[in-house]
Design a protein around this ligand. Structure first.
Ligand SMILES: [Zn+2]
Length: 324
């Protein structure tokens, strides 16, 4: 009995001295030197994680399952962002409140605000509700004066996503030049993955029986439709504020029947009731599409990435549009 007690005591002392020794060697290195990055929405958060690797810590400003188009910035959010090194937002079309953070931080901190979507190809919102592959609106360069006139879901054009990677990389190098080679290398390999994804979409959506995405959600997939020559019809406008009228719903049901669409699409954050009604009345099935900014807690917990979400979308598009 005595011997047992002594042994335990010895182990405990050894354990304690080990902890002390660790602390002594680690303390001079000091605090976490990784770049602190705050990204507004999931695509940027995931892009930043890939470019930054183990040299950065990335936080997402909008909690999962938040409607990005109706997000209201709280004073505490501004405080949280201003404690970071880099603040990533998509554009003034997407995060119209971003200027509040930029103004607040400009006076006090060295935080770098980065419009990740700068230089992206933009689609005007005038195309809303009837986005037809044969009748494409002219694309225009990014222009601040046109804020809110453009569709903000720019990341769903994977060439724009690559542009975002470039902008994020430039910002990381600017703030942390000693790790520039790592950022460049990470960015290059991630852009390659985006290129492969783009090619997969192009190949697999080439010969589909139907080319109409009928979406019982908000106007989010015009960039994707444009890029792969698909027709896009959405039940709600960009921010899903107004419910479609009974007449509009009847027209959507008619469209499904006329075009013999086997599936229609729905999304997480817009109530599935409308999708269920259209599907029920027309006999079509339901498939989900993820727009990237509506990320669920479950998807975050299960480690989904932007690319895995887009792969899931591709599988559902192939099924719904009946592609070989
Ligand atoms: Zn949206």
């Amino acid at each position: 009995m005595m011997a047992f007690t002594k042994k335990c005591f010895l182990v405990l002392i050894i354990g304690l001295s080990l902890i002390l020794a660790c602390k002594q060697t680690e303390e001079p290195v000091g605090k976490d030197t990784r770049l602190k990055v705050m990204a507004t929405i999931f695509p940027l958060y995931d892009f930043a994680r890939h470019v930054g690797g183990d040299k950065v810590t990335v936080t997402m400003l909008l909690p999962p399952a938040t409607d990005a188009h109706h997000f209201e910035l709280k004073p505490n959010d501004i405080v949280r962002v201003s404690k970071t090194d880099i603040f990533l937002f998509t554009s003034f079309e997407m995060e119209q409140w971003a200027y509040k953070i930029i103004n607040a931080a400009a006076e006090k901190t060295n935080m770098l605000a980065v419009e990740a979507g700068q230089g992206a190809s933009l689609l005007p919102l005038s195309a809303l509700h009837q986005h037809d592959a044969e009748d494409q609106p002219a694309r225009q360069e990014n222009d601040m004066e046109h804020a809110a006139k453009f569709d903000p879901h720019t990341w769903l054009d994977f060439a724009n996503a690559q542009k975002m990677i470039d902008n994020i990389t430039t910002a990381f190098i600017n703030k942390d030049p000693k790790n520039s080679e790592t950022y460049k290398k990470n960015a290059q390999s991630y852009k390659l993955k985006l290129l492969e994804l783009d090619q997969k979409y192009r190949d697999q959506l080439q010969n589909c029986k139907t080319r109409t995405i009928l979406h019982a959600g908000h106007w989010a997939f015009a960039y994707l439709a444009y890029r792969y020559n698909l027709k896009y019809v959405a039940a709600y406008n960009m921010s899903a504020e107004a419910e479609p009228s009974p007449q509009q719903i009847l027209m959507l049901i008619e469209q499904v029947k006329e075009q013999k669409l086997q599936y229609i699409y729905y999304e997480d954050l817009v109530a599935p009731r409308l999708a269920q009604t259209i599907a029920g009345e027309s006999g079509a099935g339901l498939l989900k599409l993820n727009n990237g900014h509506d990320i669920s807690k479950k998807d975050i917990q299960s480690g989904e990435s932007f690319i895995s979400l887009m792969e899931r979308n591709l599988a559902n598009l192939k099924k719904g549009l009946q592609c070989p």
